[in-house]
Write a protein that binds this ligand. Sequence first.
Ligand code: AGP
Length: 617
Amino acid sequence: MCGIVGYIGPRKAYPIIIEGLKRLEYRGYDSAGIALFDGKDLKVSKTKGKVADLEAQVEKEITTSGNVGIGHTRWATHGVPNDVNSHPHVSNSGNLVIIHNGIIENYESLKLELISRGYTFKSDTDTEVLVNLIEEIQKQDNLKLGKAVQVALNQVIGAYAIAVFDKNKPEEIVVARLGSPLAIGIGDNDDEFFIASDASPFLEYTKNAVYLEDEEMAIIRFHKGIKIRKIKDDSVVETFVQELQINLEQIEKGGFDHFMLKEIHEQPKAITDTYRGRLLRNEAIIKMAGVEDNMKKFLNANRIIIVACGTSWHAGLVAEYIFEDLARIPVEVEYASEFRYRNPVINEDDVVIAISQSGETADTLAAIKLARSKGAFVFGVCNVVGSSIARESDAGAYTHAGPEIGVASTKAFTTQITVLTLIALRLARAKGTISSSDFRTHLLELELIPKKVEKALESDDNIKAISKIYKDAKNFLYLGRGYNFPVALEGALKLKEISYIHAEGYPAAEMKHGPIALIDENMPIAVIATKKGHYEKVVSNIQEIKSRKGKIIGIVTEGDTQVRGLADHVIEVPETLESLSPLLTTIPLQLLSYHIAVMLDKNVDQPRNLAKSVTVE
Ligand code: AGP
């Protein structure tokens, strides 16, 4: 939610910041703004809309010279998306300028206090309160900027990643984080510094980065380096520089029209990368350090509780089937946002698995903090290396999907399922709940999945033709049973979020308890009816739909004839084990939502009102 970028060094700051904002637009795109120190004065330009709108406006409004600057792309929380509420925000004196990702929860009381001291506010934002609070503290006690930021943050309740500078001392930027990510790129000669919500804005300039931890702040000085301190007690923190493993290619579209399409097509490689080095078929073993090191915890667990949001929650639902089926461990799957607020019964015999692509989702992060405070062992399944959830977990396994930029999750989902399948198989082997021949069959089949995903992707033209027929539908239903019930939910979520068509996912058998009332000749219904897993039952459900004239899009196993005879359209996927089928059946549903959204001329990668990483609760 919101992307922040900053630069201080010998180069011109503007192009670095504007290009950086474009890369961070996945975090929010309600408005954008930039503040530059042009050598003489502070120049600010901001606007409702996207970074491209800002770019069009900037050169008409301000000079773009200067070697120091900060920029922001916003996902609105406090205050509607308009020019005034856009960041950066400037303090009353005009000296301090700030960008902020997060929420200051006690901003109203702080604002009243500042108003009583004569401050005025232009915007409805919590951020404008923070910059004036810093100014007031600086003024009252004649403090340096870093110290004033520190005192102010100790009065603040909420979450933040901020960057602030003083136009009278533009050789210094102060940054801080609590609950929202903040990376600092360090130039080769230690004479330039990049600030960003993730490393993507500075990948072409440096591979060296420092990730601030929660409750840390850094003072970044041109030519003098960075100094990191704890916000609470001012203690000095040793600077730990990491070498970045991602490259520029991974965050570009690579010839595809949209990131989402690129990421759909990356799935064969992403799934391979997920099991590479972990699935050792010749030796018939699965090796995962995070599981091995904590085997006792898993084997003695009363139950596994999975916490996640959105698509990651759907992956958790698939995992529930896998863990219970293969490893015979009871599993509960919880929306992190519900779990954290309902006083859950949880203790040290529980294993909590948190699933999150970004590793920054606020509710999931809060859920694991709660679980840990009650003594549970927390295992994180994240994609973004070094993310907050990965760091807050006791142990974990990365999905290794590579950067996912499209707001609609695709490869994150299939790689999460892959990791969770590996864990379930490893535990099943350790518990003896799977025979060695079944175990080998699973390993073999899992290794074949990338090729089979490639095959599933070949249905693209067929899916495009089907999309054309149903693109103007007002509603869609998605049905599946067993392992494919969560895939139905995921298919519906994909369509909703990028095409804005109302869609619902249901367990196929549940249809007759309500949703069947919606079915008429205008209702398209995607039914997952693969050969393994309640096939005959699903065929009966299809009959029920047909007799009510619903339009059936069957997702079927290659060579299927029975559903073909009943459905209006079929999309084939290769045959596999029932437990692995979600990795294939989800592919046509991703493509269906993609094509419909493109045909409706929607912004596929940046759907309205959404953001890639939801760092507010
Ligand atoms: C999926 O397409 C969505 N963009 C969203 O539901 C997402 O999965 C959810 O916000 C959780 O994100 P996370 O995996 O980064 O925690």
